[in-house]
Ligand binder design. Structure first.
Ligand SMILES: [Mn+2]
Length: 440
């Protein structure tokens, strides 16, 4: 019996096989194992494409989708059952288990790969495979292609002459989230919302940034998350103006803003949320002014998110609100149309507003179609995360210096607009201050 969860993966394999056609094959290796030092490995996280198509999290495996053998269109090469190894590393499904548990047509010992793979490439002219990723499996695949070419000289069958990037198959599928995926993203968002609210309550002057991070990690793990979706950024005071600050070691002071960009990964789906709040108190007047500009920018950009709009439209909506606010308070020069044309806001808002999000925090999927920004469609999920960062040495009035703000949510494009998956994380000044002044 194949479980309902496996049925989801089986349906994806079927769709992909239909997409690549009778002379196409798809080959996806499991994520490589990386040694940390000596005989200790880095923590293992399955490759997203591989997991998307299998739901299988063991290393040392390769998925082959091909029409070469009609009875074996969906095949996994895996580590064999081995009681002496399983004592150390835990149970394996093995070649028989992947058929009964994951619903593939056949399973083989990974040791048989070199011998069997060329057979799955006979009659195949196009291989969908991520060439150029540097995976150790590359060499084995190219050897199998060479073997298939030799066989073809005698058999007259097609052999692989074209490699196609996963961008045009698997990644196009992954860009549009199905119900099972949206369910996982909603659950990841709920845990992440709890963690951000906890951070607002516990952060106090005198605490270190990592103590707030630890409070969030506690909630992530209690919520069933395997890991964070990326390294958490917990930057207070001037650290909030460093875009990828990750040391998280500073002792916070009264009057600081704390910028937290953190999200958990749950069942292989990411959440990505940023909030900025005063440490154990209220916003100062200059902090509040810039915060309200950033929030208005984010809400305007979210409102612009709907089918047919592009990420450039969304970014333009965000940037124009920030530019207008910065002009009003003398941080950049107007008028607005000139400031926008010359992108003067970039001194303080230097990154883009959005990226795709899904199994990977910066998810796969093409951003352009025919060289132009592609229109949004229902099922896509993107972040909206404008920011304002005034460096400590910025040439502006002193009161703005050292203020860093970013506000980020995960937005699903729906048929009639959008849905904010992370709306449960407070972000109005009143709602944020209610938590930061609540006294843990
Ligand atoms: Mn992000």
């Amino acid at each position: 019996m194949v479980s309902p969860k496996s049925a989801v993966h089986a349906a994806r394999r079927r769709r992909l096989l239909d997409h690549v056609g009778p002379t196409g094959a798809v080959i996806v290796p499991a994520a490589a194992v990386h040694i940390r030092n000596n005989d200790v490995e880095h923590s293992y996280r399955q490759d997203s494409d591989f997991f998307y198509l299998t739901g299988f999290d063991e290393p040392h495996a390769v998925l082959v989708l091909s029409h070469a053998h009609p009875e074996q269109q969906s095949v996994l090469f895996v580590q064999p059952r081995d009681p002496s190894r399983e004592v150390w590393d835990g149970p394996r499904l093995g070649a028989e288990g992947v058929v009964s548990e994951l619903g593939v047509d056949a399973g083989f010992d990974i040791a048989e790969l070199a011998e069997k793979l060329p057979g799955f490439l006979e009659g195949v002219d196009t291989v969908h495979y991520a060439v150029g990723s540097g995976h150790p499996f590359d060499a084995q695949l190219f050897a199998a292609v060479g073997a298939a070419r030799q066989r073809a000289r005698r058999s007259g069958k097609l052999f692989p002459t074209t490699f196609v990037d996963p961008l045009h198959g698997i990644h196009e599928m992954r860009l549009f989230k199905d119900e099972a995926e949206l369910d996982a993203m909603r659950r990841a968002a709920a845990v992440t919302a709890d963690a951000h609210q906890r951070a607002m309550v516990v952060a106090r002057p005198g605490m270190h940034e990592f103590e707030v991070q630890a409070a969030m990690d506690h909630i992530f793990r209690l919520g069933g998350c395997e890991r964070t979706a990326y390294d958490s950024i917990v930057g207070s005071g001037p650290n909030a103006t460093i875009l990828h600050y990750r040391a998280n070691r500073r002792k916070m002071e009264a009057g600081d803003l704390l910028l937290i960009d953190a999200g958990c990964e749950l069942d292989y789906y990411a959440s990505d949320v940023t909030r900025t709040f005063p440490v154990g108190g209220r916003f100062t007047e200059p902090q509040k002014i810039l915060y309200e500009i950033c929030l208005a920018s984010q809400e305007t950009a979210i409102a612009a998110t709907k089918p047919g709009a592009t990420l450039d439209d969304v970014h333009e909506a965000a940037a124009s609100v920030i530019a207008a606010g910065l002009i009003e308070h003398g941080l950049i020069e107007g008028p607005l149309d000139e400031a926008m044309k010359e992108q003067r806001y970039k001194t303080f808002f230097m990154h883009k507003t959005s990226h795709w999000i899904g199994m990977d925090v910066h998810d796969v999927g093409a951003y352009f179609a025919d060289g132009a920004p592609r229109p949004l469609e229902p099922g896509m999920v993107l972040t909206i995360e404008p920011g304002i960062y005034v460096a400590e040495n910025a040439e502006v009035d002193e009161r703005w210096r050292g203020i860093g703000i970013r506000i980020e949510d995960d937005i699903l494009v729906t048929a009639d607009g959008h849905e904010n998956l992370t709306a449960a994380v407070p972000k109005t000044v009143a709602d944020v201050e209610a938590l930061t002044t609540s006294g843990a």
